[in-house]
Structures are given as C-alpha cells and as structure tokens.
Design a protein around this ligand. Structure first.
Ligand code: DC
Length: 219
C-alpha cells in the first residue's frame, strides 16, 4: 500500500510524512533523497558528460531502505545518506532531477521498494507520474512567504548565515524549476487531497492528515 504526499519545497511534506510514519507505523520513502544520491554520485565521479552518466545508471546500483521514519540510501553498496544534504548537492540536484533518464531510473527503484510494505512517500510527482494508482494522495501547500520563513528559521537554527530575502528568492526559483520542467513537473493530481498548512501548527496538520488516512484506509 502506498500513500503519497506531493507539494512544493518548504510545504512541510517530509517532516509530516516522517511523523505520520511514526504515528501510524508506516515506512517512509524520501524520493528527493534518491535524486540527491544520484547527484552526489555524479559530482563524486567528477561531473562526467550527462548522457554517458545516464546511460550507465543501472551500474550506479542505487538502493534505498527504510526503517520506520529513517530512510537510507546506498550507492554501489556504500551508505551515502550522510552526504546528500550538502549545499553542493542541493545546488546541482535539479540538473539531474530534470532529466528523463534519471527520473525513470529513480521511479523504478521506488516502485520496486514499495512492493512488499505500506509506505508513505513524499516528492513532487508521486501522485501524478510515479504512483498514479496510489491508495491515497495528498498535495501539501502553504503560501510562499510562509514556506520561505520556515526554511529561514530552520537555516538560522543551524547557524547558516543567510537572509530572509535570499531564502525567499531561492524558494521562488525552486518553485519555478519544479513547476516548469518538461519531465513530470510539480502539479496536484486531480484526485489528491489538498492540505494548505498556512497558519497551521505542525501538530494540527499531522492530526488532520492522520484522521483522513484513518478514515479512508485500513492500516
Ligand atoms: O525534496 P528535496 O529537496 O530533497 O528534493 C531534491 C530535488 O529532487 C529537488 O530538486 C526536487 C527533486 N525531486 C523531484 O524532482 N521529484 C521528486 N519526486 C522528489 C524530488
């Protein structure tokens, strides 16, 4: 069984999906982590020519595993989870995630993974392209100012020296890339339930989604 949450950067998808995995005893699938892992591999390999890198994707041997809300990614047998959230990977990830070949490879890894368990997954195109028959689909959103301000607070708490206006610009840019790319752009699936988290606390949004899941699925 698969529950998906799509939405723009900073809408709270990933922390919400993790909390729901904990509360409802589901496994968590972080699709962005898979694109990040491929990007890490491409950077580590010295940025080889993209078509060549894509042609050899199966030999990259990308594997993911999930233990409750913990999601780990391996490349060629090496756990790379600790290396995929650096600024360098974030800076380059859209170059990889916008390519059709990378998307189809990552999609096949995800589809294999969810065959034998109940998962809650977060991403951009899960309800539209990867799991069009998902058991339940959510689309999380919040105003751009609120998403930027959440990201800003998070970065400040990690002592990143960045201004609110820089973060706002970055969120705008990511929205533009996610919504306008050719391969599987971010959009709400027609049958996804929209959750607008503007002005809601984390507790409130998780309670709301947990109640919907319990009312619609037997898990
Ligand atoms: O959610 P994140 O920041 O970890 O995602 C990393 C990148 O991967 C970001 O550029 C969006 C992209 N992504 C995607 O294209 N499709 C998904 N299903 C998940 C993430």
């Amino acid at each position: 069984m698969i529950i998906v949450i799509d939405g723009p950067a900073g809408s709270g998808k990933s922390s919400t999906a993790k909390e729901l995995a904990n509360r409802l005893n589901l496994k968590f699938l972080d699709s962005g982590a898979l694109y990040r892992a491929l990007t890490y591999k491409w950077l580590e390999a010295g940025k080889p020519e993209k078509q060549l890198f894509f042609k050899n994707l199966p030999s990259v041997n990308l594997k993911a595993s999930s233990d409750g809300d913990q999601f780990s990614v391996e490349i060629g047998g090496e756990d790379v989870t600790g290396f995929i959230r650096t600024g360098r990977v974030s800076e380059h990830v859209s170059e990889i995630a916008t390519a059709k070949q990378a998307r189809s490879y990552v999609n096949s890894v995800m589809r294999d993974m969810v065959k034998h368990d109940t998962f809650i997954a977060d991403g951009r195109d899960l309800g539209t392209a990867v799991f069009p028959d998902a058991d339940l689909k959510f689309y999380m959103d919040a105003s751009i100012e609120e998403r930027a301000s959440r990201r800003f607070e998070e970065m400040k708490s990690k002592q990143n020296d960045v201004s609110y206006s820089e973060v706002l610009e970055n969120v705008k840019m990511r929205d533009h890339t996610d919504q306008n790319r050719k391969a599987d752009p971010l959009r709400k699936a027609e049958d996804a339930i929209r959750i607008d988290t503007t002005g809601k606390t984390f507790e409130e949004q998780v309670d709301e989604m947990s109640a919907i899941i319990k009312s619609k699925l037997t898990i």
